[in-house]
Design a protein around this ligand. Sequence first.
Ligand code: BYC
Ligand code: FE
Ligand code: FE
Length: 480
Amino acid sequence: MTTETVDYDLLIPNNVGLAGDPKLRRALEQWHPGYIDWWMSMGPDGFQMADVWLRTAISVEKEGWAKFDYVKMPEYRWGILLAPEVENRTIPCGEHVGEPVWTEVPGAYRAMLRRLIVIQGDTEPASVEQQRFLGSTAPSIYDMRNLFQVNVEEGRHLWAMVYLLQKYFGRDGREEAQELLERQSGSADKPRMLGAFNEATPDWLSFFMFTYFTDRDGKMQLEALAQSGFDPLSRTCRFMLAEEAHHMFVGYTGVKRIVERTAQAMADGGVEDPYDTEAIRRLGVIDLPAIQRKTNLHFSLTLDLFGSEESTNAANFFNAGVKGRFHEDRLEDDHRLVDSTYPVMRTVDGDLRQVEVPALNALNARLRDDFIEDCQAGITRWNNEIAEHGIDFEITLPHVAFNRAIGEFGDISVTPDGSIVAREDFDGGRGDWLPTTEDQAYIESLMQPQLVPGEFAGWIAPPSRGIQGKPTDFEYVKLP
Ligand code: BYC
Ligand code: FE
Ligand code: FE
């Protein structure tokens, strides 16, 4: 039984009727200490005792679902919240299209659902692990708070998946829930499941790029899972999406403020050439070509998260009705796709060409195309910032085949503008296309903490406003 109002009396706030489900409650309460241990050892390093002005989800209504207050992160109320049930919802795609949604796991799709939920769950704590050392180099108290907000909510997203595992997958689910706390980002023997979640997030530009691009993969995947015929998964993902918007906001505004500061410093310092790295770095800001190289890296790593462009797994997920397309319920076609085609890019005779393939096999490519479109809007606004300062430079998304490890382009070398080249030529161009050790050393040299409320590090502009009506110089984090 689920309710609109959230029960805050239990250890685990929830709207899934936990008080009346002792078996599930016991399973989750047994998992809880391990989670806290994980949070203390792998969560934000050095700030667990700070009072952070955080948003906590307290309802699942469209408006007013969150409250803001000072919280010590280990005391954050990680809850289990499902979006309200949609009356008479039906399975939106595949061979069961139009049938009532499932409220229990269909036996035939149990393995498939379990795998999707585990993969989704695995990314959430992974990102917290990747970001755990960033607090100590925060460019402001405002940014520090945003980092921790993202971190506690990724923690809640882990809870969301663990709820599904414990409630619907019995013993297997409990084992998977345990393993979600055991794998570790970047670990040699127990790494996280997907590539990008084992990469480092060594500096704040990377953090903003990660939240711009990789959290947006989160959005796209959650949108696709929100279309699931397994209704508890759908409702869980729908509520996660409400939180996800802020993560992408942090990334979008973060990069925008860096670009703005660079453009401003160049204009003030009379540096016109965006490639005059030395002069620009002397101003203490990040040159636009280095920002482009970080864009190239994070975009290409994130594209790998969509899997192979042509995938029978993806076709099976869709056919079964366990994972839909982006906005499946708003698309107008037969939602079965047995006879339709979709254009994907392939390497044909040493060239990159669009080829029509069966639409069912191209669902990863399609979601990735939707993702790329979603990425572009913010980049256009970054570029406006550059143009407004009279600087001749545009940040662009590299070609989809650039720097890829998974799928059709995984074993060829392609330049950012889409030419297939020999491995040696790619290695020769690498320093122009991907962050170099000098870029990294320079960026890391800028990462000095700025802990005075209202003050911002010199390489990033202040935000145009604070959080939830508070001023930008509000004490968003009170250090102990
Ligand atoms: N790395 O048919 P294929 C988020 C595996 S982010 C390593 O091409 P499929 C968040 C694949 O598992 C969103 N392995 O792909 C963001 C398969 O293995 P098996 C996370 C990879 O299965 C920021 C094999 O290769 N959610 O929430 O159609 C902060 C062939 O697979 C990779 C999801 O991803 C890779 N990159 O699609 C916090 C949604 N790619 O089965 C959070 C759930 C593929 O042969 N996951 N493989 O052993 C899925 O929908 C699918 O698993 C994928 C892959 C889209 C990831
Ligand atoms: Fe998440
Ligand atoms: Fe996120």
